[in-house]
Design a protein around this ligand. Structure first.
Ligand SMILES: C[S@@+](CC[C@H](N)C(=O)[O-])C[C@H]1O[C@@H](n2cnc3c(N)ncnc32)[C@H](O)[C@@H]1O
Length: 362
């Protein structure tokens, strides 16, 4: 096994390729990324066998920005006979079981890429899961528990109904979601669909066991570029009081909560109200990434907030280079002022041409 499959949003394959190549090289693992534009995945082929497994263990999944999932895979199994796709897959797992510790794995996910064409396969994937799961159980390979934090999760990644990659991910170093996509339901009383971006960001960056401690009614937040209020809604829902900064109008339902103050001001000039200690800064303004990271840097260096979630809009061609440049500059600045912090960035499912960044001052 010398390949990694990485899932992503369709159109972001080059970013994933750049990212995985850089991370692998940093670990002394060399290979090349096979990119098919708009396919929704990238295959990174290592020059040496066994190295893909090492990457799946040693590249912290949280450090990947553009990849939604990371799995070690076999060569592509092609021309699977429609009457019995299971036997070749089981044979492939038999081979895998000779190479790594392979018993009592958590669950099997039969997946496909997140593209319109591949989505047509989803119905097939769902149906196929049932017989495949029982065949794997018969071999004693499966416990059927998908939320374990250790062990392996098995994946069959179909790119056509007769062709799939067979593989696994490490449950302590992968996305815990089927196809790497958290399923969130749009709250009907939210003012805008972009509310799901902040909800997914909170789910991604803040352990659920800590959420009540990290976001609660004792805290004040500032939302820069807040209108009509989808992000503010998520904060108010968790009890925070929000200064909503935007020249536009906030949804009346948010005013009715008594938990917001609308500040019709320029987000680049706004400063925290006097004698108020702001804990959270969130920012969804449509601006150049370099301007946004400079603004966030100003807030953190002035001690105006402790935690922040913000978007970087990426309409440019060289998206990976732009992200690296802006985040590195911001990190260097925080370091040079002696600040200790945790920084994580992710291209979330609900992000389009943008990524979401989280920083916590330690
Ligand atoms: C993508 S929308 C934000 C949507 C919002 N997060 C939500 O969930 O409803 C961007 C907002 O940023 C605001 N904006 C852009 N530049 C701004 C600035 N310099 N100061 C304040 N707001 C700004 C726009 O008026 C717009 O309402």
């Amino acid at each position: 096994m010398n390949k990694l499959a990485l899932y992503c949003r369709s159109g972001f394959e080059k970013e994933v390729a750049a990212e995985i190549t850089e991370k692998a090289t940093a670990l002394g693992v060399f290979g090349f990324a096979r990119v098919i534009d708009n396919s929704g995945y990238v295959i990174f082929e290592c020059y040496q066998t066994g190295e893909a497994d090492r990457l799946a263990r040693e590249i912290p999944f949280d450090s990947l920005i553009f990849a939604r999932q990371m799995i070690v895979v076999s060569d592509l199994l092609e021309e699977l006979p429609p009457v019995d796709r299971i036997t070749p897959i089981i044979q492939q797992y038999q081979l895998i079981s000779t190479q790594i510790k392979f018993n009592r794995n958590n669950d099997i996910w039969v997946e496909t890429a997140d593209t319109n064409e591949a989505k047509e396969l989803l119905g097939f994937c769902r149906k196929f899961t049932v017989p495949l799961r029982s065949a794997l159980k018969k071999q004693g390979w499966l416990m059927g528990e998908s939320h374990q934090k250790s062990g392996l999760n098995l994946h069959c990644f179909f790119i056509k109904s007769n062709a799939c990659y067979v593989g696994y991910s490490y449950s302590d170093n992968h996305s815990p979601h089927f196809m790497g996509i958290p399923r969130l339901k749009f709250p009907i009383d939210a003012p805008s669909r972009s509310t799901l971006k902040l909800e997914e960001a909170i789910l991604t960056f803040i352990p659920q066991t800590e959420e009540a401690k990290r976001l609660n009614e004792t805290m004040l937040a500032v939302d820069l570029g807040a209108c009509p209020g989808g992000w503010t809604y998520q904060l108010v829902k968790r009890g925070l009081f929000v200064y909503a900064v935007d020249h536009g109008k906030m949804a009346a339902s948010l005013h009715d909560t008594g938990r917001i103050e609308h500040c019709p001001e320029d987000g680049f000039k706004f400063q925290p109200p006097k004698r108020k200690q702001i804990h959270w800064l969130v920012c969804d303004m449509v601006e150049k990434p370099s301007r946004i990271t400079a603004l966030i840097g100003k807030w953190l260096l002035n001690g105006w907030c402790r935690e922040t979630i913000f978007n970087l809009k990426l309409p440019m061609k060289k998206r990976y280079a732009e992200v690296q440049l802006c985040l590195q500059k911001l990190a260097d600045e925080l370091h040079s002022h002696g600040l200790k912090f945790h920084l994580q960035a992710k291209h979330l499912y609900h992000d389009r041409e943008e990524i979401t960044v989280y920083i916590q001052i330690k």
